[in-house]
Every structure is written in structure tokens, then in C-alpha cells.
Design a protein around this ligand. Sequence first.
Ligand code: FMN
Ligand code: SF4
Length: 438
Amino acid sequence: MKTDTMIDANSGCGRSGLSRKNFLKLSATAALGAVTLPQIAGCGPVNTGADCMKSLAPAGGAAAKKPFEETSIGAIRLRNRIIRSAVTMNGVDSAGRPKDSLMQHYRDLAQGGAGAIITGMRDGGMMIDNFLFREENFKDFKKVPDIAHKLGTPIIQQLSHHGRQLSMETERKGFINRLSDADIEGIIDLFVRGIDASKRLGFDAAQLHGAHGYLLSDFLSPAKNERTDKWGGALENRFRIVREIITRAEKKAKGFPLWIKMNAYDNQDGGMRTAEAVKIAKMLEDMGIAAIEVSCGIAADGFSTVRVPEIPSEAIIRFSKYDELPAPLKKVLTLTTPLVARRFEPIENYNVCAAREISANVKAPIIVTGGIRKIDDIETILASGAADYVSMGRPFIIEPDIVNRLKKEEHAKSECINCGYCIMAANKTDVKCFYGKL
Ligand SMILES: Cc1cc2nc3c(=O)[nH]c(=O)nc-3n(C[C@H](O)[C@H](O)[C@H](O)COP(=O)(O)O)c2cc1C
Ligand code: SF4
């Protein structure tokens, strides 16, 4: 069945008149491993929020899920249904070890009631120098799951490869389309190594990052995967790298649960649509995936995955190489950035209806992320069965104890104003809440 919202999510999208390349030049952070690259063109707005929330009906009776009930995902026990979505804190030092600030953040999240913590990709699970666990850092990294477990909180290591979003050059060249078979085999090995290390370190699961335009997301996307060999073309071919990782991980790290974060739509011409995401979710379910987190968008498109009410120009310039320019030039750039950068609407609950489509078609637990802020909305999402869990990113930055707070009647919503400064900071420095000011 196709809902109105699904049609919205699946609608084609036009490019703005301004060239993306120019904006990438203008605002590119060019930082290796940038979390997000502000954009100029993309498509949208994709309306998956307000109308969707109105259309959700409570399942009623025993089927109605509640935010603060204890549940299990496989053998993992969660004390509630509110999960910290992966947020890169830049919490790893130059030798690849977790910093004290990262340990303190996990402590705060666990004490603050998070149902589970998904680690940021660059906090131990990124497949480039220093960001993927190294054996010599094993003892230091062991402290990460240990601290979460001591405080009764499951912790899942996110594993990612930046793919074309590694740098401006790889972005231009479309990274995955130029990989040889041997390169792809090497990347599969890296993922399997990361999964095995996550198991040995004592994480409860590993989450494959298959969203936001990073490597696995690019392989899955019909718009970004231009390969004509066994790794591209038909859906089964585009899915092959994920299938290989899961199959080989099952041999190396037997029984270790795998989660995935995937795009239900990506706002690209000819790109991922919810109907195809449903097919992928079914394939993942057949392979025994333990949980699917539903997201959207491509980081290089700017504020589509992480949405903002206004373009955070000041933060874009401050956390890019343009910060070194003379003050008057920076001023001009700050003023002109909102003219070229693109943001997407709605700001809240933007993946809920896409998650509902996936939920309706698979039995695997579905986690939905993206602009979820209010306890009333969380109750509606869960009670309607649109998802089994919700996850939040920014609310846990500004209030690591957001779950404990939401439990109290007087705190009905996150204090996050969605300014987006934290995501820009993630390109350059330790992540914290800036609350719209530098
Ligand atoms: C500072 C920052 C870092 C992020 N790092 C990651 C990451 O490492 N992996 C990932 O899958 N998503 C990452 N995200 C996206 C979030 O997990 C989440 O999907 C997105 O922020 C939407 O949720 P929110 O509106 O609750 O923040 C990051 C978001 C922010 C703000
Ligand atoms: S900087 Fe703070 S207020 Fe702004 S989006 Fe991030 S968490 Fe929310």
C-alpha cells in the first residue's frame, strides 16, 4: 500500500540552478573524513514529517509499544526504547585511543538513561587511519563497552567507510565506481575485522553504516553506484558488498549481532526510494540482521540528514579552511552561504513515515532517527507501530540525560534548537553543543 507520505518520500527531485561543484568549492571543509559537506544542490523538500505524524494511529492493546518499557533486541536487553543514534564526537586521539572526554560522554549517556548507545563512526569504527580499532589499543578500547555495561547500557559500535565523502577529490571521482575487485575485497576485510574486533572488545553488536552517502550507502544507491560489474546494476548486485560483509562476519565472529543504518530515501535524482529500501530491508532480514535504523539523505547534500531551520553560515565558515581568510572576506562568505546552501523540510520526525513502510514489511526491529524531539511524538511513533525504537542524535549532545529528563512530566521535549553548529564542528574539533553561538 502506498501512503501519501510515501509518495512524497519517493517523489523525484529537481536540482537548484546553482552548481553543486561551485558550492562545494565555496564551503568545502576539505577535511579528511568530513562528517558533512555543505551543499548547494540536492532536491526536496521531502515531506515526511507533519502529515505523517497526523496519520499515525495507535495500535492499541498489548501491541502498543511504550517508550519506557524494558525490551530485547535479540539477546540485548534495553531498559527503554530511546536509543542514542551514532554521533561522532571526535573522541579518538591521534594514536587512535579513546579520549577521556569520550569516556566521560559515554558515562553521562549511560547514567542519563539512554536505552542503548550507538557509537559515532569516527569514535573507533572508521576504516581510515587511526579511526579503526588497532590491536595495540585493545586495552584502551575495552574500557568503552566496559563503562557502558557497568552502568547497565548496551553499546553498539558503528562501522563505516567514508567512500566518496572522504575528501573533495574522492567526492568528485565517485570513489566506489573506481574500485577494483581487490580494493572491494580489502574493504570487506576491513569491515569484517571491525566486526570481529567489536565482538572481542565486548560490544553488544556492530552497526554497519549503510546510510548518508558513505561507502555502503553509495553501493546501495542506484544514483551513485555506476558500476556495470557484479557490484553494480541490479539491486542484488548493489547489495552484494553488504551480503559479503554479513556472510563473512558470520564465519569470523559467529553469532555476533549486526545492526544496520540505512537510507529509506536519499533525495537524489534516480536515487534510493522507500520501495527499494523495503526490498533491501527484506534481504537484510533474510540474512538475520538484528536491527535496522532508518535514516535518509546524503551528507554531501548538506542539511538533509541532519536538518536545520536556518543555514548555520557562521559555523560553516568557522569550521572550514575558510576560517583562515581575512575577516572581511569571511564576512562576505558568511552572508552569501545561505544563498547557496540548501536545507530540507520538515525539521522534525522526517523519517517516520518511511520507517513505517519498512516496519510494515519486515519483522526485524526498526529504529527511526531524524528530528525526534518530543515525548508525545515518541509515544505516537511507538504506539502506532511505525517503529519499534526511536533514536536521537543532537538531543543527546545538549542533554546527555535526555531520556531521564523525558521521563519526568515537566520535560516534554529536547532543548535542542537544531542549529546544526555541532555537526559543522564535527568536521574539525571535539563535538559539543554550541546552542547557535560560537
Ligand atoms: C555531530 C554529529 C555527528 C554525527 N555522526 C554520525 C555518525 O558518526 N554516524 C551516523 O550514522 N550518523 C551520525 N550523525 C547523524 C545522527 O546519527 C542522526 O542520524 C541525525 O543527527 C538525525 O538525528 P537528530 O535530528 O536527532 O540529530 C551525526 C550527527 C551529528 C549532529
Ligand atoms: S549545537 Fe546544540 S542546539 Fe545546536 S543542533 Fe547541536 S545539540 Fe542542538
